[in-house]
Design a protein around this ligand. Sequence first.
Ligand SMILES: Nc1nc2c(c(=O)[nH]1)N[C@H]1C(S)=C(S)[C@@H](COP(=O)(O)O)O[C@H]1N2
Ligand SMILES: [Mo]
Length: 538
Amino acid sequence: MESNRRVPAWAAALVGLVAGAVATGVSLLAAGVVKPGAFPVLAVGDAAVDLSPPWLKDWAIRTFGEADKTVLLAGVLTVLAALAAGVGVLSSRDTRYGQAVLACLGGIGLLAVLTRPGAGPADAVPALAGTAAGMVALSRLIRPRFVRRSLASGPGSPRPWFGGDPETAPVPPVMQAGEERYSLDRRGLLTGLLGGVVVAGATGAAGRLLSGGTEVDAARAGLALPTPSTSARPVPAGADLKIRGLSPFFTPNRDFYRVDTALIVPRVDPREWTLKIHGMVDRPVELTFADLMRRPLVEADVTLCCVSNEVGGPYIGNARWLGARLADLLREAGVQREADMLLSTSDDGWTCGTPVDVVMDGRDALLAVAMNGEALPVDHGFPARQVVPGLYGYVSATKWVTEIKLTRFDRDEAYWTPKGWAAKGPVKTQSRIDLPKPGTTLPPGRTVIAGVAWAQHKGVDAVEVRIDGGPWRQARLAEAPTADTWRQWVIDDWDAAPGRHTIEVRATDATGYTQTAAKAPVAPDGATGWHAVEVTVA
Ligand SMILES: Nc1nc2c(c(=O)[nH]1)N[C@H]1C(S)=C(S)[C@@H](COP(=O)(O)O)O[C@H]1N2
Ligand SMILES: [Mo]
């Protein structure tokens, strides 16, 4: 395509970008119709999460915290935009090259979509439709029809860029002559690009609307929570010291940490949700959400924490959960003697391995439907998730859970195990200083030191604090309703003298174990070491 040579690189890049946007918009629309999870951009991001090595994931969680997914999606979109611009430039040399690269990109999206857990043939539609739309947009836009004679005189208006058959449209004589008498028809280019942007925007918005899950939000909002058959133990009045800056005893849902591998959280309609309990059981069970809500529901206060929480880190929260006892459900299914693992799977294919004996030992291991008095927030597993006191979330707390398979640890592996995390993950006794905040400057005199300590299902017996490596002092412990929650602690008579100070904390649990000073990283089974905070008194 000789004439294409005169499309300047920046215009060609813009054309590529718009064609890419059209492809993305159309595939988003198709995904809205077929299945939101079949949006290829998302599938590529999901695949990137699954394929990236553990150190990269740890680094991403450490660096971006809970924004890690936004950063990843932004990354995928940036790479996509760069590639689309490249496709535009290539097309301005030879449209076949551009089209070929575009087809390859579509193929990658298709592959990602089809290899997602639970993908069916229909999931191919968004990737195919998007690629086709992108190719059409590219071929329409990259024709040299937005170049025109710079010396053109008379009323000749620029030829239409979109619509009209480029093969039959008359080629301006000057172009045939191959003379360098063209300049960019900015208006033609602009209308072309605008048209593409409109198509991309409209299809994209429609797609978002269709997959937006407004129905799920409505179903969640309309849910009436049954009264518990067993209420939580009353929370002692002294459980919350109500000190400003200290984590409250109950973490409000909006402040509750979120950790999962989902780029866009699964929106599961409770009317379509079922839970299958199968594998090494005598009587496989399939439960609907209505079945679950009709069961006796137990209320329990449980502190959930993440194995990726660094010493002193934020990935911990305490909530009041309402749910069916997993042990009852398992008994109904009849767990066979050799089964020692509950392999649970979420709607988006994530898996989690929980020891059967832990779930059956009488603790409040729940299939939860509510958190702090409301239906589970979508981010926290609506309509149902597991909660097991005493285990890190990655081995217990499956959100959007749809399947529980009874199996054996020597036969099956959950999501994080082959990626370098321990197959079993009991929570390690830990403590954190919330006040004073690290790095702050405080006035001299009486200063409150306060925080939380946890040893779920064992219970915290003591918390000690020391300053500048001096003698350990007993902190005053707030009460807790059970051993399954964290406990607040406080030292309110530290007389802070001017200078720099290091405050350290350590907890002792009800088994008599005192936190080790030895620092261990979060992988493979949880960090150890004492939380230390440095402050300046001046
Ligand atoms: N479906 C699903 N459930 C999941 C995870 C996940 O990646 N996917 N992550 C687990 C981990 S590692 C933790 S720590 C808890 C966090 O639960 P939260 O996000 O409600 O705080 O969820 C667990 N449940
Ligand atoms: Mo976690």
